[in-house]
Design a binder for this molecule. Structure first.
Ligand code: ADP
Length: 650
C-alpha cells in the first residue's frame, strides 16, 4: 500500500468511527460521563483548598483586588462625559451641582476641553492602575503555578510504586502540566474576573439608576434571560470538554507507550495499526470538539444578536420617550429637568454596554473555570493520596558512616497489593555484613520481590527486615537509600551525558571521582575513546552503547555511591567473552566488602557467593555454599547439572 493509500484508509477509518459514535448516541455517553466525573468536593471546599494553595501570594492578590476596584471605578467615571458634553455644553442646560464651582465660570469651549481633558486623564489613570494590578496578579499566578507544580511533583514522586505504575506516564505528565496549573488559572477565573465584573456591574447599575430608574427596569429584565441561556449552555458544554480531556489523556498515554516501545511495535508489524488507533482517537476527540464548537459559537452568536437587539429596543423606547417628553414639556404637563435628555439616553446605552461587558466575559470564561475546578479537584486528590513509607514518629536517623550492613529477615511474608497469593512466605534470613548472597531459582519464584523488600520498594506484609538490628520501617527511607545501590538487569540511563549518568548516584562527585569509578568498572577505556569523553551524550541524540557498555556504566554509577548494601540483578543476555570477563571483574570489584544480594544467572557468580539461596514459590528451599549444596544433592545440584549439560560457562 502506498503512503497516500494508507492515509486514505486512515481517513476512512476515522470517518467510520465518527459515524459509529454518532450512531451510538453521543448524548447517552455524555450523561454517563457527567455522572462518573462529578466533582466530589463542593465549591466551598474547593475554594478553601484553593485559598490555602495560594500561600504567600494571598496578600498581593488581595492588593490586586483593591487595585482592580480603583481601576474599574476610575474607568467608569469618564463614561459620564458624553452626557455632560451633549446636555450641558451643547444644549446649554445647567451643570450638575458638583461641577458648577469649577466649570460655571468657563465658556462652552472651555467646559468642553475641561471635561474631555479630565475624562481622558481618568481613563489613562484607570488603565495604568489596571496594568499594575494585572502585572502583580500575573506574577503571583506564575509563582503559585511553580509552587503547586513543585509540590505535585514532589508528592507524585513519593507515591507508592504500584500507584505510579497504574497511572500511565501520559497521566503523570498531564497531571503536572494541566491539573497542577489549575490553581494559578483560578486566581483569574475565581477571584479577579468575578470581582472585576461585580464592581463594574454594581458601578454601572448605580450610574444607570442615577440617570433614569425606569430605563434600569427595562435593562434588568435582560439579566434572567442571560442567566438562563448561560446555565443551559454550561450544562451542555461541560460534559463535552470532559470527554475531550479524557480521550486526550488516553491517547497521550498510549502514544507515549507506543514510542517508548517502538521496537516492539515495529517488530510485530503493528506500526500501521497503531497509527490508525491514534487517528481514531484524534477523530473521536475531534467529534466532541466540533460539537462543543457549535455550542460555543452558538452562544457567541446569540450574544452578538442579543446586544444590538436590546440596544435597539432600548434606543427605540428612549427615543419615543424623548419625543413624548418634549410634547409634555410644551403642553406644560412636565417640569423642565424631569424629561429624558439625549445625553441621558446616550449615557444609558454606554453604561449598559459597560454592564453587559463583564457578564459576557464571565460567561466566556465559565468553561475555563469549570476546567480549572476539575483540575484543582484532581490535584487535591493527588495531595490526599498517602505517600509511600512515611517517616514514623519513632524514626532513627541513619549515620551513613557507621552502617555496617548486616541484614536480617524475621518471619517475612509479602503479598503484592491487589493479589491473593503471597509472593514470599515466612522468610528467615540472617546475612552478616559484607556477605555476597546469590539468589537462584525459577522465574516467578520471588527473587525480585525479595530484592524489592531489601531495597524497601515495598514493606513486608508480615515480619520485619532489619539493618544492623534496626527495623527498616524506622529508618527514614531517603536515608536508607543512600546506604544502598542498585544495578538492574535493564540498565536505565537518562538521555544525558555519560558523566551525568554516572554521577546520578552522587551529585557532588568530582570529575576525578567519576573517572575513578569508571576505571574500577572497566568502563574508562571505552569512554575515553569517545570524542567527547565524559561529556558524550547517551540515547536518542547521542552515542549508542552496547549492552555490556551500559552495564559497566551502571556498575560505575553504583561504585561511585560507595554503598554499604548492593542489589544486583545480573543480566541474562549473553555477552561476548571479552565483555563478560570485563563485567565479571567489575562486579567483583563492586561487591567486595559490601553486603550484596545478587539475582544470579551465571554459575561463575553463584560459585563465588558466600551464601546461595535457592528460592521456589516464595520460600527458601535450600541454603549454603556451592560445595555444600552440591554435596547435599538437592534442587541446586540438579540445576547446576542441567546448566553444565547445556554448555560451559564463558
Ligand atoms: P522472580 O524475580 O523470581 O522471577 P518475582 O519476585 O518477580 O519472581 O515474582 C514473584 C511472584 O510475584 C510472581 O508470582 C509474580 O507474578 C508476582 N509479582 C511480581 N511482581 C508483581 C506485582 N507488581 N504485582 C503483583 N504480583 C507481582
Amino acid at each position: 500500500m502506498s503512503s497516500s493509500d494508507s492515509s486514505r484508509a486512515r481517513f476512512e477509518a476515522s470517518k467510520e468511527t465518527m459515524r459509529e459514535r454518532a450512531r451510538a448516541g453521543v448524548q447517552l455517553q455524555l450523561d454517563g460521563e457527567e455522572k462518573s466525573l462529578k466533582r466530589e468536593r463542593g465549591f466551598k471546599e474547593l475554594f478553601k483548598a484553593f485559598w490555602a494553595l495560594l500561600g504567600q501570594e494571598r496578600r498581593p492578590i488581595v492588593g490586586v483586588l483593591a487595585l482592580m476596584t480603583v481601576s474599574t471605578v476610575l474607568g467608569l467615571a469618564p463614561l459620564y462625559a458624553p452626557k455632560l458634553v451633549l446636555d450641558n455644553v451643547v444644549d446649554g442646560r445647567p451643570l450638575p451641582g458638583v461641577l458648577e464651582p469649577s466649570l460655571g465660570a468657563l465658556t462652552a469651549r472651555g467646559q468642553l476641553f475641561w471635561i474631555l481633558g479630565v475624562s481622558l486623564s481618568l481613563t489613562v489613570l484607570a488603565l495604568l492602575v489596571g496594568l499594575v494590578g494585572r502585572w502583580i496578579a500575573t506574577r503571583a499566578a506564575k509563582r503559585v503555578a511553580i509552587d503547586v507544580r513543585g509540590e505535585a511533583f514532589e508528592h507524585a514522586s513519593r507515591l507508592p510504586l504500584h500507584r505510579l505504575t497504574s497511572m500511565s506516564s501520559g497521566g503523570t505528565s498531564s497531571l503536572l502540566r494541566d491539573d497542577a496549573g489549575a490553581p494559578a488559572a483560578l486566581i483569574g477565573e475565581m477571584l479577579l474576573n468575578p470581582w472585576g465584573a461585580l464592581v463594574q456591574l454594581t458601578g454601572s447599575v448605580i450610574m444607570l439608576l442615577i440617570v433614569d430608574a425606569r430605563l434600569v427596569l427595562a435593562a434588568v429584565a435582560l439579566v434572567p434571560i442571560i442567566w438562563i441561556t448561560h446555565r443551559t449552555w454550561i450544562r451542555r458544554i461541560r460534559p463535552m470538554w470532559r470527554e475531550t480531556r479524557k480521550i486526550r489523556r488516553e491517547v497521550d498515554g498510549h502514544t507515549t507507550q507506543v514510542f517508548g516501545g517502538i521496537r516492539i511495535v515495529r517488530a510485530f508489524g503493528r506500526r500501521r495499526s497503531e497509527a490508525t488507533r491514534y487517528v481514531r482517537g484524534q477523530a473521536h476527540q475531534t467529534r466532541f470538539e466540533l460539537l462543543a464548537w457549535w455550542w460555543m459559537r452558538g452562544v457567541d452568536t446569540a450574544w452578538a444578536i442579543a446586544i444590538p437587539a436590546s440596544t435597539a429596543a432600548l434606543l427605540c423606547y428612549g427615543a419615543l420617550r424623548i419625543i413624548g417628553d418634549a410634547a409634555l414639556l410644551e403642553s406644560g404637563q412636565m417640569q423642565p429637568g424631569q424629561e429624558l435628555t439625549i445625553g441621558s439616553l446616550v449615557l444609558f446605552l454606554t453604561y449598559l454596554t459597560a454592564m453587559l461587558g463583564p457578564l459576557a466575559t464571565l460567561a466566556a470564561t465559565a468553561t475555563g473555570l469549570q476546567n480549572s475546578l476539575a483540575g484543582l479537584d484532581r490535584v487535591l486528590d493527588l495531595f490526599a493520596e498517602e505517600e509511600d513509607m512515611p517517616t514514623p514518629a519513632d524514626a532513627v536517623e541513619l549515620d551513613l558512616e557507621s552502617v555496617v550492613g548486616a541484614i536480617k529477615l524475621e518471619g517475612v511474608s509479602f503479598t503484592y497489593p491487589g493479589t491473593e497469593t503471597p509472593a514470599l512466605a515466612d522468610l528467615e534470613l540472617d546475612v552478616a555484613a559484607g556477605t555476597t548472597v546469590a539468589l537462584v531459582g525459577p522465574s516467578g519464584a520471588g527473587k525480585t520481590t525479595l530484592c524489592n523488600l531489601i531495597a524497601r520498594f515495598f514493606d513486608p506484609t508480615a515480619g520485619t527486615v532489619t539493618l544492623d538490628g534496626t527495623d527498616l520501617k524506622r529508618i527514614p527511607v531517603d536515608d536508607y537509600r543512600r546506604a544502598l545501590a542498585l544495578v538492574e538487569q535493564d540498565v536505565f540511563l537518562f538521555d544525558a551525558s555519560i558523566g551525568e549518568n554516572v554521577a546520578y548516584s552522587r551529585r557532588d562527585a568530582s570529575k576525578a571521582e567519576i573517572r575513578r569509578a569508571l576505571e574500577r568498572a572497566n568502563a574508562l577505556e571505552f569512554v575515553d575513546k569517545l570524542p567527547e569523553g565524559l561529556d558524550a551524550r547517551i540515547g536518542e541524540r547521542g552515542v549508542k552503547l552496547s549492552g555490556g557498555q551500559r552495564q559497566r556504566l551502571a556498575i560505575a554509577r553504583a561504585l561511585l555511591a560507595e554503598p554499604r548494601l548492593l542489589i544486583l540483578d545480573e543480566a541474562t543476555s549473553s555477552l561476548d567473552t571479552e565483555n563478560e570477563l570485563l563485567i565479571q571483574a567489575s562486579l567483583s570489584e563492586l561487591m567486595r566488602g559490601r553486603t550484596s544480594f545478587v539475582i544470579a544467572h551465571r554459575l561463575s557468580t553463584i560459585r563465588q557467593a558466600d551464601l546461595i539461596l535457592v528460592i521456589d514459590a516464595g520460600r527458601i528451599v535450600e541454603r549454603g555454599t556451592h560445595e555444600e549444596l552440591i554435596e547435599a544433592g538437592g534442587v541446586y545440584q540438579g540445576m547446576v547439572a542441567m546448566q553444565t549439560q547445556r554448555g560451559p560457562e564463558p
